[in-house]
Design a protein around this ligand. Structure first.
Ligand code: SF4
Length: 407
């Protein structure tokens, strides 16, 4: 064993669900109508393709040391335990894992059993991110979720009984028709479940989703902006009073329970994305894998060679797997701007000396007029050491990021 180790995060996309939620625009295949043996065949084939993809990187980057693993979806917990064992076993065989590695699995209420929860823990998964989304049955139905509020609570109880001590709940607010009272009730009930971490997302009605279509047809109206902002502001104050610190625009944690894997994204650190539709960031290059399952599988099966070289959007440096269909090497102003807006998502903001060391520029010197304007509008706070979003800036973060775009 020799040479310096390099910390890396692994993201594995497991794109299978038992239905399509009405707001969902993630890469995910609805397998509800598939027979059990067909699903099993597909999942086995998919996991083998992901293992092959990981092996491809392992041969080229043996110096990596895994700091975090994130099994996202989709509904990863649909997969049987033996396939998790195969996947995690292979990833462990490719690179050493840090002793305190964080391993997260996303799960939907209604897809968990005591056996699966205990089995996942035995395999070293130590963080559960539960897609609760709401604790009101009417809103869950509106969102097209297939579980009830009671099943969210059951899932939390099952996880605690199986010994899980790091639990995160995802919640959606600003749902059409939702009132401030209803949101407050949901958040109070969520906090009563004592999760270590909460992620709160304002509902985005994307084109291509069922709710996006209803919006286009004027059958639903979006939540008014001022109510959306009021819900968010209330949550920040309420959660602070319950011991949850907002450490990122949408994320709140008890001390020491921040999501380490996701922090890699916001700190613009490297991570490997594996699986159909996964994104990764290696050596200054962002890349995306084929989104369609047949394309992804075809690119990794057979001789293991790409059907075609991935198109170069820019001159990418790292060698990327045959699954990659797009990549962009971040250079010049684009590179520091991305680093800046990712850091600004965090409560700690941009540490100016560190930023200069890493990107060779200072945001205030690069964009003095924009920064001055944002400070005057009360959206940005600047000291010689830091640049941070103000409370109001957190509400209007996208406007801040656009204003900072290098001219
Ligand atoms: S469970 Fe998640 S990935 Fe699956 S359809 Fe719903 S929102 Fe999309």
């Amino acid at each position: 064993m020799g040479g310096a180790k390099k910390a890396i995060g692994l993201y594995v996309h497991l794109p299978f669900c038992l239905h399509r939620c009405r707001y969902c625009d993630f890469v995910s295949l609805d397998v509800a109508r598939w027979r059990a043996e067909e699903r099993r065949r597909l999942w086995t084939r998919y996991v083998e393709a992901v293992v092959r993809e990981a092996g491809w990187y392992a041969r080229r980057s043996p110096e990596w040391e895994v700091e975090s693993v994130y099994l996202g979806g989709g509904t990863p917990t649909l997969l049987p335990l033996d396939l998790f064992e195969r996947l995690l076993g292979a990833l462990r065989s490719f690179w050493p894992w840090r002793e305190d590695v964080e391993v997260t699995v996303e799960a939907n209420p209604g897809t968990l059993s005591q056996r699966k929860l205990a089995g996942l823990r035995r395999l070293g998964v130590n963080r559960l991110s539960l897609g609760a989304q709401s604790l009101e049955d009417g809103l869950l139905r509106f969102l097209g979720r297939r579980h009830s509020a009671a099943q969210v609570k059951e899932a939390v109880a099952l996880a605690r009984a199986a010994g899980w001590t790091n639990l995160s709940l995802d919640l959606i607010f600003a749902v059409p028709g939702q009132t401030l009272k209803s949101w407050q009730r949901t958040l109070e009930e969520a906090v009563a479940l004592e999760p270590e971490h909460l992620s709160l997302y304002s509902l985005s009605l994307e084109a291509g989703t069922e709710l996006g279509r209803l919006l286009r047809e004027k059958k639903i109206a979006p939540c008014p902006d001022d109510l959306d902002a009021e819900m968010y502001r209330w949550a920040v104050v309420y959660l602070a009073g319950r011991g949850y610190r907002r450490y990122e625009i949408s994320n709140f944690a008890r001390p020491g329970r921040e999501a380490r894997h996701n922090l890699r994204y916001w700190k613009n650190e490297e991570y490997l994305g594996l699986g159909a539709g996964a994104w990764g960031y290696l050596d200054g290059t962002r890349y995306g894998n084929a989104r369609r399952l047949p394309d992804y599988l075809a690119r990794l099966e057979g001789a293991g060679r790409p059907a075609a070289e991935p198109p170069l959007l820019d001159r990418g440096r790292p060698q990327l797997s045959p699954a990659v269909v797009e990549r962009e090497c971040l250079v010049g102003a684009r590179r520091w701007w991305e680093g800046a807006i990712l850091s600004l998502r965090l409560a700690e903001g941009i540490a100016r000396p560190l930023f200069r060391e890493r990107y060779g520029v200072d945001v205030v010197e690069e964009e003095p007029e924009a920064v001055q304007e944002l400070v005057q509008c009360g959206l940005l706070e600047v000291t010689p050491e830091w640049i941070r979003l103000s409370d109001r800036g957190f509400l209007l973060a996208n406007q801040v990021f656009c204003r900072l775009l290098p001219g």
